[in-house]
Design a protein around this ligand. Sequence first.
Ligand code: ZN
Length: 284
Amino acid sequence: MPELPEVETVVRGLRRTVLNKTIRAVTLNAPPATTVVGPSFTSGTFEEILKDRTILDIYRRGKNILIALSGEITLWVHLKMTGHFFYLDRTAPVDKHDLVLMDFYSRKKSDNHCHLRFNDYRRFGRLRLFYTDELWAQKGLKELGPEPLDIAAAAFVRRCRDRNRMIKPALLDQSFIAGLGNIYADEALYFSKIHPRRLTGSLSTKKLTELHGHIQELLKKSIKLMGTTVDSYSGVNGQAGRFQKYLAVYNREGEPCGFCGTNIVREKIGSRSAHFCPRCQRLR
Ligand SMILES: [Zn+2]
């Protein structure tokens, strides 16, 4: 699943390509669950509501993409497992997983040929329309915890101390901190030498501060490299990320740890698999 750096890369790609453009037409080729019209809209289909609206802002919150439109409406997108946006030539063959096609009015000649497609072969991705003033009351947005790149180290430590729980599931919990997933949680715990089952209350301030630092460092580096592609992720321009070659434990089960040479293991913790070095990350 795309995590914070991948979603941030998509947001930046969308800003470069469709910001300030006005939607001319939307074509759906999607199962009914993909697009949602909020209950406050009294009339209009998804396509009709989007038509003639201008894209005023595109930003990220956790793993969510928020596209602010004229008329106080926001298109809220979650890519889930395999959702992609592609900005490409209108004449490019339409794939059966191109679920939403969005055309824009052109302002300059070079605009004429391209449009935006939402492609999703697993079909868990969602595009939802809400009035902007109702957006932050929606489940999936209202409970989001702080952004990992914004929270200060001391506040992160306090948050960990608030409730004693296993560190790995805590990092994945979007209400605890918003935007991390399995990749960056496993990597950050490895570089901090913290076993994924350690309880947050058992970790020293020094350790938690170290973890906070590694989380920020990994996210920043990955954003610079346009994210991690281990499955299908790519940016709006179709380019894969380049952070995967720096992964130390994620998807490296059976390979030697870079610090001690012990084989990396994978273990189910909560409902997710965790990758770690059993020697460097001791449970005690
Ligand atoms: Zn090791």
